[in-house]
Write a protein that binds this ligand. Structure first.
Ligand code: FE2
Length: 190
C-alpha cells in the first residue's frame, strides 16, 4: 500500500508566509486554524497550488478545506483514521505542507487489520482541534507500524489508513493539511 509521496512546491515559501500570521495568533492563544472554501486564504492557496499539483488528480483540483495543525514538542497525535463517525467515504489523501518547525515530525502508518472505534473530545481533545470527529483503530494485538515518513517537506499522505504523528522536536510545530474535492489518479493513489 502506498502511504505517501513527496512533491516539490515552488511556492512553498509564499504558502508559509500566508499562514505564519495564524501561527503567531495560535501561539498567543487564539485558535484560528480551519479554512474553508469561502476564505480568502483558500483562494490564494489554490492559485499557488493548482498548476503544480494538477498532474496528480483525475480532474483539476479544487480545495475543500485546509487545517493548520499545531503539535506541542515531544507530543503525539494518537493513531486514528481521518473522517467522521459513522464512517463514510472520505477523501483518501491529504497534502501536508510544513509551515513551521516540522523537521522532526514523523508520520506513522499502522496495519489495516483493525476494527473501527470512535474518539470523543473527552477521550483526546487534540483529535478534534480541527473540528473533525476522528475514528480510531482498535487492534486485537499490538499496533504494528507498516511505514513512516518525515514530514519535513510537502507530501501527499494517505489519511484513511490508521496513522499517527509525533513531534520529536523541542518546538511546537505547525503543519497545513489540505483536502480536495477531487480524488487522486488511480496510478498515484492505488
Ligand atoms: Fe489524520
Amino acid at each position: 500500500m502506498l502511504t505517501h509521496f513527496k512533491i516539490n512546491l515552488k511556492n512553498h515559501k509564499e504558502i508559509c508566509n500566508l499562514f505564519l500570521p495564524y501561527v503567531d495568533l495560535f501561539l498567543k492563544g487564539q485558535s484560528v486554524n480551519l479554512f474553508t472554501e469561502n476564505d480568502k486564504e483558500i483562494l490564494i492557496l489554490e492559485r499557488f497550488l493548482k498548476d503544480e499539483i494538477k498532474q496528480y488528480f483525475t480532474e483539476y483540483p479544487n480545495i475543500k478545506m485546509c487545517a493548520l495543525g499545531g503539535l506541542a514538542p515531544e507530543n503525539k497525535l494518537r493513531p486514528h483514521i481521518d473522517g467522521h463517525y459513522p464512517p463514510k467515504p472520505e477523501q483518501h489523501w491529504a497534502l501536508n505542507i510544513p509551515i513551521k518547525n516540522c523537521d522532526e515530525s514523523i508520520m506513522y502508518w499502522y496495519d489495516t487489520d483493525y476494527e473501527i472505534g470512535y474518539a470523543s473530545s473527552t477521550d483526546d481533545p487534540m483529535l478534534i482541534a480541527d473540528n473533525l470527529q476522528h475514528l480510531v483503530p482498535k487492534y486485537a494485538g499490538e499496533y504494528k507500524v507498516i511505514d513512516s515518513c518525515n514530514l519535513d517537506s510537502p507530501v501527499f499522505v494517505k489519511v484513511t489508513s490508521p496513522h499517527s504523528v509525533t513531534n520529536h522536536g523541542s518546538k511546537p510545530r505547525f503543519m497545513l493539511s489540505v483536502r480536495f474535492y477531487n480524488e487522486l489518479t488511480n496510478q498515484t493513489a492505488s
